[in-house]
Design a protein around this ligand. Structure first.
Ligand code: AMP
Length: 216
């Protein structure tokens, strides 16, 4: 199963991708995670990417397309993959189609998650991640038992550098201008399914709905 998860920052693509990975045993490919790792390690790619990421802007297409091409060639993508945060522009989607053609891969479905903007802002501003196991929390919707500490492994929680109000607003406007056109692009190919989310819907409820879509 080759899937793309589409949706604004904060909609919960990463959480759903992790649940899908567990159920279907196919890898989650998050360009955001790959880029953050490169920034942490200060590789030449990371140094280039961080100035865009800190401002909430998109990293240039050729950088992310190169990352995806290398990643899709890996053995663990043979049985399928979940793209999370890629593509984010029409040129990225076109390059993805070329790469997948070359690798003899077909796209099965694009899931487009939608949620109102006020909730997206709260989700991003309240988001915290464990530095040890990567488990995610939200100070508004899903707080840890002890403030700043992971329930699962006891390590410290941190907030992403780009989850501050100014950068969040920039990321949402970049999403509207550059990524939303992908909805029409994939709709025209008959690949798109939209799932409208409610403010109080939790990850498990959403996952049930997602699985029904995929299995129907
Ligand atoms: P995310 O974790 O998906 O919210 O991505 C965090 C940041 O990484 C974005 O704000 C961009 O700066 C960068 N990024 C992630 N994926 C892409 C992509 N497909 N194209 C360009 N920039 C990306």
């Amino acid at each position: 199963m080759n899937l793309i998860l589409l949706g604004a920052p904060g909609v919960g693509k990463g959480t759903q991708a992790k649940l899908l990975m567990k159920r279907y045993h196919i890898p989650q490919i998050s360009t955001g995670d790959i880029l953050r790792e490169a920034v942490r390690e200060q590789t030449s790619l990371g140094i280039k990417a961080q100035e865009y990421m800190n401002k909430g802007l998109l990293v240039p297409d050729e950088i992310v397309v190169g990352i995806i091409e290398d990643r899709l060639k890996a053995k663990d993508c043979d049985r399928g993959f979940i793209l999370d945060g890629f593509p984010r522009t029409i040129p990225q989607a076109e390059s993805l189609a070329e790469v997948m053609d070359r690798l003899n891969m077909g796209l099965d479905q694009v899931i487009n998650f939608e949620l109102d903007e006020q909730t997206l802002i709260k989700r991003l501003a309240g988001r915290q991640t464990c530095e040890g196991c990567g488990n995610m929390y939200n100070v508004y919707f899903n707080p840890p038992r002890q403030q700043g500490v992971c329930d699962l492994c006891g390590k410290k929680l941190f907030q992403r550098k780009d989850d501050n109000l100014e950068t969040i607003k920039e990321r949402l406007s970049v999403y509207q201008a550059q990524t939303m056109p992908l909805i029409g692009y994939y709709q025209a190919q008959g690949k798109l399914v939209t799932i409208n989310l409610g403010e109080s819907e939790g990850p498990d409820q959403i996952f049930d709905r997602l699985c029904k879509v995929l299995e129907s």
